[in-house]
Design a protein around this ligand. Structure first.
Ligand SMILES: Nc1ncnc2c1ncn2[C@@H]1O[C@H](COP(=O)(O)OP(=O)(O)OP(=O)(O)O)[C@@H](O)[C@H]1O
Ligand SMILES: [Mg+2]
Length: 436
């Protein structure tokens, strides 16, 4: 392989010169789009989902019109329509026609106002009753564009999760209906405009577990799952060496080995973050040759230090967002058990779940009772912890925290396990050591 240099990136998505490898995934993704598929890009946090979409878009821009729609801030389906319209704003002919959909609120002054103001103005032109009709008209406009269109929807699960659970995490019939209306509308348009519009959907939390919880899985059946795995050891090694070359550093082969062994799982963001910390240490010490010893020190002091904490807080936030405060507490215990005891057995998970759900709490968060109300109270409540436990474990697996090895759950990433342990080890007595 040719010797390449790479510029570091430690936060936002990357493209072009900063984008490493993923050639096979890009080829496959583009092939699928060429075949007219709608894709659900599935991967745990920080795996490079947004980057993959951006890089794919960059490579197909001559053949497709690519729109990027980020729903992170959207609170409602109407907000999603606004984001889609704003994405069309960059393309003049499209925008000219989009304006027609919003003629109730757009005046001639529109050319001179800022993009943020456009969003606010468009939002004022949508009501709870007409977002679907206006959204359909937008899709009609996109479908007649001279090139086929790919809409890259990011953070769809965050919006769906919000629609479904509100701020109090209760799935009410109205909220379920709102989530269903949005997903069904998206699905209907994906079918209706199959030949002219493709969609790629992703987000930093898993969509399937959220949708499954509400019994809405059928709304995703036009999407082809597209999993994005972590880097191979070889790819991660290449990336580290290319970064080192970009900054005049030499990583000793055993330093690279040490870095990769410590990470355990080669999530691109974690590889980049480790390099960035090594670079900082090297610069502060005025050295360019990186030994195994230095890599180990950087791991202990920097990766597990303050910056690691910030990353972990971000992971925790997303987990709470999907699970809500009740189930989040159970997830914290399950993860702490796995981190401190080294693995989470089914027995230990059951003990923790029983402790959490010794009363009727799971009903409030949208789980159907496991047994009928007519059954005797003792029997009625004895199994109620099972459904929420299954749900939490499914999310922890789907979102890449835990995986099952030899019959017990373990952390997929050693770094995340070490973060978790450093943070929650304090005063936690593992269930598995209490003789369950
Ligand atoms: N192909 C790549 N080459 C180099 N670095 C990458 C690549 N993909 C991801 N990264 C690193 O990971 C970071 C996060 O990338 P990105 O935002 O695309 O991930 P994501 O999966 O969308 O994350 P989130 O789950 O937070 O939405 C980037 O800032 C970069 O450091
Ligand atoms: Mg992302």
């Amino acid at each position: 392989m040719e010797k390449r240099t790479l510029t570091r990136a430690t936060g936002n998505w990357v493209v072009g010169e900063q984008f490493w490898d993923r050639e096979a995934e890009l080829k496959l993704l583009i092939e699928r789009l060429d075949e007219g598929a709608h894709l659900l890009l599935v991967a745990p946090r920080r795996m490079g989902k947004t980057s993959l979409m951006r890089e794919a878009a960059r490579r197909i821009e001559n053949r497709y019109l690519c729109l990027h729609v980020d729903l992170q801030k959207a609170q409602s389906a109407a907000d999603a329509i606004v984001e889609l319209s704003v994405a069309a704003h960059r393309y003049k002919p499209l925008w000219e026609r989009t304006k027609g959909v919003f003629q109730n609120v757009l005046r001639d002054t529109i050319e001179s106002i800022e993009i943020d103001e456009i969003a606010v103005t468009l939002r004022s032109g949508l009501t709870a009753g007409d977002w679907q009709e206006k959204g359909d008209r937008l899709f009609e406009i996109l479908a007649t564009h001279k090139k086929p269109v790919v809409i890259f929807f990011d953070e769809v699960p965050i919006l769906v999760n919000r629609l479904l659970k509100g701020t109090d995490y209760a799935i009410t019939p109205e909220r379920r209906e709102a989530a269903d209306a949005f997903l069904s509308w998206l699905r209907a348009n994906s079918v209706h405009h199959q030949r002219s519009i493709r969609m790629v959907i992703t987000g930093s939390i898993g969509l399937e577990p959220v949708v499954h919880q509400a019994g809405l899985s059928a709304t995703l059946n036009t999407l082809t799952p597209f999993p994005l795995a972590s880097w191979s050891r070889e790819t991660a090694t290449g990336c580290l060496n290319a970064l080192a070359a970009g900054y005049g550093l030499t990583l000793q082969p055993d330093a690279v080995r040490e870095m990769l062994d410590r990470l355990g799982l080669f999530i691109p963001h974690h590889v980049q973050m480790f390099f960035d910390n090594v670079l900082q240490a090297a610069r502060l010490r005025g050295i360019t040759d990186i030994s195994r010893q230095l890599a180990a020190e950087v791991y202990e002091h920097s990766m597990l230090g303050l910056r690691g904490h910030a990353e972990l807080s971000h992971l925790e936030e997303r987990l709470r967002m999907v699970l809500g405060p009740e189930l989040d507490l159970l997830a914290l215990d399950l993860l702490t058990e796995a981190a401190v005891a080294g693995s989470l057995t089914d027995e230990a998970a059951a003990v923790l779940a029983r402790r959490h759900f010794s009363d009727e709490a799971p009903f409030a968060i949208g789980f159907a009772p496991a047994t009928q109300a007519t059954e005797p109270p003792g029997r009625r409540f004895c199994d109620e912890w099972k459904a929420p436990l299954r749900h939490v474990l499914a999310i922890l697996e789907h979102d890449g925290y835990l995986e099952k090895r030899d019959g017990a759950y373990v952390f997929s990433s050693r770094l995340v396990r070490d973060w978790w342990k450093a943070r929650f080890n304090f005063a936690y007595a593992p269930v598995s050591r209490q003789g369950v």
